[in-house]
Design a protein around this ligand. Structure first.
Ligand code: ADP
Ligand code: MG
Length: 363
C-alpha cells in the first residue's frame, strides 16, 4: 500500500527553485533514505511532507489523501530533528507524554504509550530524569520516543545522528535499524548526508542532487548499477574512479581503450554507439587489482600509500589535473611510492557512462 506519494512536487523560494519534478511512491513499511550533498534539498523535501514548508507545485498524498493544505498536526506524521528539541525542564516521561497531554488523551492511554516507547528504546531507567542528565544518544532516543508515542503513520527523521560523536553514531544507527525491525508496518523517511547510514538503514535510497532525484533504488542496486556518474561517485568510498576512454568495439558487448595505455572488454551493450565515441569508464577502487599482464585498464605512478592493515589504499599521480585514481587492495602490500603499476579489474565490475554522464545500462 502506498503510504506517501509525491507527484511532480516542486519548491521555490521566490524566483529560486530548490526542488523540481519530485516523483516518488513510498510504500507502507518502507524505510526510505533521502541522501545527497549539503544544500541539495533533503530537509526542504522532508519539511514539505511534514507540513513545515508550503508546497509550491505538485501534490503530496499520505495514505491516499491529498495533504498539501493540511496542517502538520493533522497529517499523521511525527518528526525527529537533529537538535532533539526536547523540553529542558520536563522529565523524559513528560517529554514523551507531552503531545498526548495536549491532545487531552486519557491518562491510562498516555501511560501505556509512554511505557511502550520506553520499553522499545530501553529508556525505562531514565524516565524521571531531565534531558540535561542524559547523554546525546539517550536524548536522541527520547526524541524518537516522543515520535513513537504519537503512533504516526509516517516517521520523519532529519539527520538525527549528526550531533553524536562517531562511536555513538554507530551505536544509535544500529538502534534505529532495530527499531525499524520492531515496527515493520511503520513507514519511515530518513534524511542524511552520510552514505553509510543510507546504505545500512534504507530499504530504498533516494539520491538527491541540486533539487532533483538522480536515482531511486535498493542500496546495493545503487552500488552495483548507478544510473549516472553522480550516483556512481556519491555511493561508495573512496569514490568510483572515472577514466577517460574511447569506444573501440560496439554491439552487445563493448570494448574501450583508456587514455592510459589500457583497454578492456566491457559486458555492456552499446548498439547505439560509434567507434571512437568518448566515454567514461567507471571502476571502483575496491575492484582494482595489480597485474603484470598486458591486459590492464591503466598504468600509473603511485603517489601516496595509505597502509591501514586491513586494506592498502593507493593514490596514483593525477593525469592532466583530474582527481587522482585510487585503488583499495585488501590486506598489506609492499608497493612503494614512486612505483608505476598496472591495474586491472574483472570485466563485470566495469561501468560505462556516456559524455553526459548517463550509464549505458539506463539509456
Ligand atoms: P539539505 O537539507 O539537503 O542540506 P536544504 O533542504 O536545507 O538542503 O536546502 C536546499 C536549498 O534551499 C539550499 O540551497 C538552501 O540554501 C535553500 N533554502 C532553504 N531554505 C530556504 C529559505 N527559507 N529561503 C531561501 N532558500 C532556502
Ligand atoms: Mg538538511
Amino acid at each position: 500500500m502506498t503510504s506517501v506519494s509525491l507527484q511532480n512536487v516542486s519548491k521555490s523560494y521566490g524566483a529560486v527553485e530548490v526542488l523540481r519534478d519530485i516523483n516518488l511512491e513510498i510504500n507502507q513499511g518502507e524505510l526510505v533514505v533521502f541522501v545527497g550533498p549539503s544544500g541539495c534539498g533533503k530537509s526542504t523535501l522532508l519539511r514539505m511532507i511534514a507540513g513545515l514548508e508550503t508546497i509550491s507545485g505538485g501534490e503530496l498524498q499520505i495514505d491516499g489523501t491529498r495533504m498539501n493544505e493540511t496542517p502538520p498536526a493533522q497529517r499523521g506524521i511525527a518528526m525527529v530533528f537533529q537538535s532533539y528539541a526536547l523540553y529542558p525542564h520536563m522529565t523524559v516521561r513528560d517529554n514523551m507524554a507531552f503531545g498526548m497531554k495536549i491532545a487531552k488523551k486519557p491518562k491510562a492511554e498516555i501511560d501505556a504509550a509512554v511505557a511502550n516507547a520506553a520499553r522499545i528504546l530501553q529508556l525505562e531507567p531514565y524516565l524521571d530524569r531531565l534531558p540535561k542528565a542524559l547523554s546525546g544518544g539517550q536524548r536522541q532516543r527520547v526524541a524518537i520516543g516522543r515520535a513513537i508515542v504519537r503512533d504516526p503513520k509516517v516517521f520523519l527523521f532529519d539527520e538525527p545522528l549528526s550531533n553524536l560523536d562517531a562511536a555513538l553514531r554507530v551505536a544509535t544507527r544500529i538502534e534505529i535499524a532495530q527499531l525499524k525491525e520492531s515496527m515493520p508496518d511503520s513507514t519511515m523517511i530518513y534524511v542524511t548526508h552520510d552514505q553509510v547510514e543510507a546504505m545500512t538503514l534504507a530499504s530504498r535510497i533516494v539520491v538527491l542532487h541540486g533539487g532533483k532525484i538522480e536515482q531511486v533504488g535498493a542500496p546495493l542496486e545503487l552500488y552495483e548499477r548507478p544510473a549516472n556518474t553522480f550516483v556512481a561517485q556519491f555511493i561508495g568510498s573512496p569514490a568510483m574512479n572515472l577514466l577517460d576512454a574511447e569506444v573501440t568495439e560496439t554491439g552487445s558487448q563493448t570494448a574501450v581503450a583508456t587514455g592510459m595505455g589500457g583497454h578492456a572488454p566491457v559486458p555492456i551493450a552499446s548498439h547505439d554507439s560509434d567507434r571512437g565515441q568518448k566515454v567514461k569508464l567507471g571502476v571502483r577502487p575496491e575492484d582494482l587489482t595489480v597485474t603484470a599482464s598486458d591486459d590492464y585498464l591503466f598504468s600509473a605512478e603511485v603517489e601516496i600509500v595509505e597502509a591501514l592493515g586491513e586494506t592498502t589504499v593507493l593514490y596514483f599521480k593525477p593525469q592532466n589535473g583530474e582527481a587522482p585514481l585510487i585503488a583499495k587492495l585488501p590486506g598489506i602490500h609492499s608497493i612503494g611510492k614512486g612505483k608505476t603499476v598496472r591495474l586491472c579489474a574483472s570485466p563485470d565490475k566495469l561501468h560505462l557512462f556516456d559524455s553526459a554522464g548517463i550509464s549505458f545500462l539506463y539509456r
